[in-house]
Design a protein around this ligand. Structure first.
Ligand SMILES: N[C@@H](CCC(=O)N[C@@H](CS)C(=O)NCC(=O)O)C(=O)O
Length: 221
């Protein structure tokens, strides 16, 4: 039984939960971080005090992409972990790209629109985030023109970090460029039970609603 530590509304926790859901692996999730606080038992697992952290037998692991890679490599050979070397390299590439190129501008949008109180929000940062997300997502759009998923015909771990962000990107009240291929890919994700269960979790429209939504998820596996 794998233990996942992390509040259900964390995008980084959602990557791990979605991966587990896709592979049908049993797990127990514990509510920590955000309004649930950080018990000492958890800071011993992840000294960074951020979520997720996972425990699988003797293994303790943190960093969401490393957790997804570990789970895919261990339990998802031929599915989330492609056996074809080229598909595997591409899956890896898009995971890193999600963190290095899409997450920073997306974080600017999400922090300022949802997480911070309205009087602390910086509209200049929101505008920069919207502009830069549009710019980088057009790279993904071009890539997806001839592929169903980022590493080929089937869902792999390469879709997970990007896909976890896209629910929020397409739900927020922001302007978006025309991204027909990204939208088609996103529609495929939305058809997946594990994506709907673990990623499409309402987050409200402001910092107060965020906290209410966070607590609604308490105890849900
Ligand atoms: N690079 C880390 C980032 C982890 C991270 O920043 N997690 C956020 C939630 S998405 C967190 O724990 N924030 C503090 C909190 O919720 O109390 C990862 O990918 O696991």
């Amino acid at each position: 039984m794998i233990t996942v530590w992390g509040r259900r509304n964390s995008m980084n926790v959602q990557k791990v939960m979605w991966a587990l859901g896709e592979m049908g692996i049993s797990y127990e999730r514990k509510d920590v971080a955000g309004s649930f606080g950080l018990p000492e038992a958890y800071t011993r697992i992840n000294p960074n005090g951020v979520v997720p952290g996972i425990v699988d037998g003797d293994l303790t692991l943190w960093e969401s992409n490393a957790c997804v890679r570990y789970l895919a490599r261990t339990y998802g050979q031929g599915t989330l972990w492609p056996t074809d070397g080229i598909a595997l390299a591409h899956a890896d590439q898009w995971m890193d790209w999600a963190s290095s190129s899409v997450n920073p501008p997306f974080f600017q949008i999400f922090m300022n629109m949802i997480r911070l109180p309205a009087d602390k929000a910086d509209t200049t940062q929101i505008e920069a985030g919207v502009r830069n997300c549009a710019r980088v997502l057009m790279i993904l759009d071009t890539h997806l023109a001839h592929r169903r998923y980022v590493a080929g015909d089937a869902l792999t771990m390469g879709d997970i970090p990007l896909g976890a962000m896209m629910y929020r990107y397409f739900t927020l009240d922001i302007s978006r460029p025309s991204l027909p291929n990204v939208e088609r890919w996103y529609e495929h994700l939305v058809e997946r039970d594990a994506y709907r269960k673990h990623v499409m979790i309402p987050f409200g429209h402001n910092a107060d609603q965020w906290l209410v939504e966070e607590q609604k998820n308490a105890g849900i596996q």
